[in-house]
Design a protein around this ligand. Structure first.
Ligand code: UDP
Ligand code: MG
Length: 316
């Protein structure tokens, strides 16, 4: 099924999100060229996430010297996920590789990762087995990876490694925002790309500048994990989540208050000061609220779900 557009397709798009990394960029461009320049046709897409240093000028200069280097620059800082998403949308390679700009990731790992894709994987995630980061980062990261691994049921050791390789189809089918870049394997799996592998990669200490993520990374990280688990299970059917609880509470509340009604009407007892009466009322009101929340969720969802088409594997 060769046609003209397909034969012009390049092998690799390397997407590099960056925020104030002016010192690293020339060295990174050189490292990439050395590692893969003779192996593939490729492009490097530098996504300048609103840097306030001279990163943009450096990218322009590198682009003028070497046409494989391209760039996008944001008006201000949107975060790594948004930067990656913009890079993905611009990528035209058959395979897409992401790496950090700070020289911590090693481009020499790319050929083997690409080979794993050629051998059938949908995505390959790097695993910084030996890591050159402060302990304040490595220990929470181990915990984070453990929880994510169990929750997502994906056997990866290092979800948040910046160095990853994908078939382009994968990045075309996921949408990154907020801080979802930490959960790309989960998003990919949700879209049906379940052949996910990992490769132990060399990791280097940060050479220039400093890390762009503070302690807030862990709090935000876990809030995002809750969001993504919720979206994964109940995205199509919010009513199933809210409705189940709502129905249970409403039933319990109605039961209690029916009992109260029998006491009042049949046995002629005073019920005005019974705490159980108030519990019954509370449960009923709360139950109805949850049911309506589920209904509103469904209304918000309906237009979106209508647009969703199943991804066809094959038509026979
Ligand atoms: N980065 C970005 N936007 C941001 C924060 C970071 O594009 O708002 C880039 C950063 O320049 C680097 C990569 O994301 O290329 C990883 O960031 P960093 O090295 O600070 O993270 P760490 O290695 O400490 O996890
Ligand atoms: Mg780094």
């Amino acid at each position: 099924m060769e046609n003209n557009t397909e034969s012009k397709e390049i092998d690799l798009s390397i997407v590099v999100p960056l925020y104030n990394e002016e010192e690293s960029l020339p060295e990174l461009a050189e490292q990439i060229n050395k590692a893969i320049g003779s192996l593939y046709s490729y492009e490097v897409i530098f996504v300048d996430d609103g840097s306030s240093d001279t990163s943009l000028e450096v990218i322009k200069k590198l682009g003028a010297e070497d046409p494989v280097i391209r760039g996008i620059s944001f008006s201000h800082n949107f975060g790594k996920s948004v930067a990656l998403q913009a890079g993905f949308e611009k990528a035209s390679g058959k395979y897409v590789v992401t790496m950090d700009a700070d020289l911590q990731d090693d481009p020499n790992e790319v050929p083997e990762m690409v080979q794993m894709l050629k051998d059938g994987l949908d995505m390959v995630s790097g695993w910084k087995k030996e890591r050159f980061d402060p302990i304040s980062k490595t220990v929470p990261s181990k915990f984070f990876n453990f929880v994510t691994r169990k929750a997502a049921r994906i056997e990866l050791h290092d979800f948040n490694c910046g160095l990853k390789a994908y078939k382009r189809e994968v990045v075309e089918n996921i949408y990154l925002y907020g801080e979802l870049h930490r959960y790309i394997p989960m998003l990919a799996k949700k879209e049906g790309f379940s052949r996910i592998g990992e490769k132990v990669v060399k990791h280097h200490p940060r050479k220039y500048g400093k890390t762009k993520f503070g302690l807030s990374r862990f709090i935000n990280g876990f809030l995002d994990l809750i969001t993504i688990l919720f979206i994964q299970r109940y995205f199509q059917k919010p009513m199933h989540f809210f409705g189940t609880f709502g129905m249970l509470l409403l039933l319990a509340g109605s039961g209690i208050n029916m009992y109260m009604a029998v006491l009042r009407l049949v046995y002629n007892q005073g019920i005005g000061d019974r705490p159980l009466l108030f519990l019954g009322i509370l449960l009923m009101v709360f139950g109805v609220q949850l049911l309506s929340t589920g209904l509103i969720g469904e209304l918000i969802n309906i237009n979106h779900v209508r647009k969703q088409k199943p991804k066809i594997r094959e038509i026979i």
